[in-house]
Design a protein around this ligand. Structure first.
Ligand SMILES: [Zn+2]
Length: 156
């Protein structure tokens, strides 16, 4: 996965080259573990993927992942640095959504009306609380799993 950064304000966390370096390292660190969680996706497919990271702390409450509608290998991941959840876990969680999109299990059916499909079944986002969404039921435990894998690798 290639990692890029999009600047919104001069106060963005990603203005710091240390933070940028850390996040590039984290994305690359998670690649192999993600491929293990999503065995349908080939390692080669990830080389074509562009991850664009944005510090959206002042824009929204939760991190999010959006697939580009024109270039489907481009994903905008909005990171929110506030809150109780660890930032590494947030990133890992959003990368799981990238994998769900790449596998085709998660698809945007109608972006305007917030309709997505999961495993061929359509869901209207506005009618489904965040934690009840099937893709979240997968990404939440996977994100936690990747986070603990990260923590354990640091203590070796
Ligand atoms: Zn999510």
């Amino acid at each position: 996965m290639n990692v890029e950064f999009k600047k919104i304000t001069d106060n963005d966390k990603f203005c710091s080259s240390d933070v940028r370096t850390r996040f590039i390292g984290l994305v690359h660190f998670f690649e192999d573990a993600l491929l293990e969680l999503y065995p349908d996706i080939k390692k080669e497919a990830l080389t074509k993927v562009d991850i664009i990271l944005v510090d959206a702390t002042h824009e929204q409450d939760e991190a999010s992942c959006q697939r580009n509608t024109i270039n489907e290998n481009k994903f905008l991941i909005k990171i929110v640095f506030n809150g109780s959840r660890d930032i590494v876990e947030k990133l890992a969680h959003e990368l799981c959504h990238v994998m769900q999109y790449l596998s085709g299990q998660l698809m945007v059916v109608n972006a305007k009306n917030n309709i997505v499909s999961w495993g061929g079944e359509e869901y209207i986002l506005d009618q489904l609380p965040h934690n009840d969404r099937p893709w979240e039921k997968e990404a939440i435990p996977y994100g936690m799993k990747l986070h603990s894998y990260y923590l354990s690798s640091r203590h070796k």
